[in-house]
Write a protein that binds this ligand. Structure first.
Ligand code: THU
Length: 139
């Protein structure tokens, strides 16, 4: 369960870190905030590149920051963007998140305060994961 207070904290953090986005090409700034079991929140913003394909989304930045800090137990993630609808994680980010938290609660919002709540398994059903490998040793 994610409390109303945790959701509020995550949304605030995502909104704040969104301001660090480096998005000169798309002009679309995204902020993500990932709450881990330790109670810490890892923020991420999107970082684009002149070589467009090298861009990285806010969600993955938050995840790599948490992992690099030694945290792999994820509780919930908030995503905020200035879009008509609440910001929605792209397919690559859904896949990336599914590696660590296939049922991660997601709180998505836009700057107008429109919020949508869901969970990763709703957004990425039948996610590809290590269970698909036959060779047990590969896991
Ligand atoms: N982007 C994110 O950071 N997260 C999302 O949820 C969707 C897309 C970024 C990637 C790129 O920098 C810009 O938004 C436009 O696609």
């Amino acid at each position: 369960m994610v409390s109303a207070e945790q959701i509020q904290r995550l949304l605030e953090e995502a909104k704040q870190v969104r301001l660090q986005a480096y998005a000169p090409y798309s002009g679309y700034q995204v902020g993500a905030a990932l709450l881990t079991k330790s109670g810490r929140i890892y923020g991420g913003c999107n970082i684009e590149n002149a070589s467009y394909g090298a861009a990285i989304c806010a969600e993955r930045v938050a995840v790599v920051r948490a992992i690099a800090a030694g945290e792999t137990d994820f509780v919930a993630m908030a995503v905020v963007a200035d879009s008509p609808e609440p910001g929605s994680p792209c397919g690559i980010c859904r896949q990336f998140l599914a590696e660590f938290a296939p049922e991660l609660p997601l709180i998505m919002a836009n700057l107008d305060g429109k919020v949508r709540k869901g969970s990763l398994d709703e957004y990425l059903p039948y996610a590809f994961n290590k269970d698909y490998f036959r060779d047990e040793e590969a896991n």
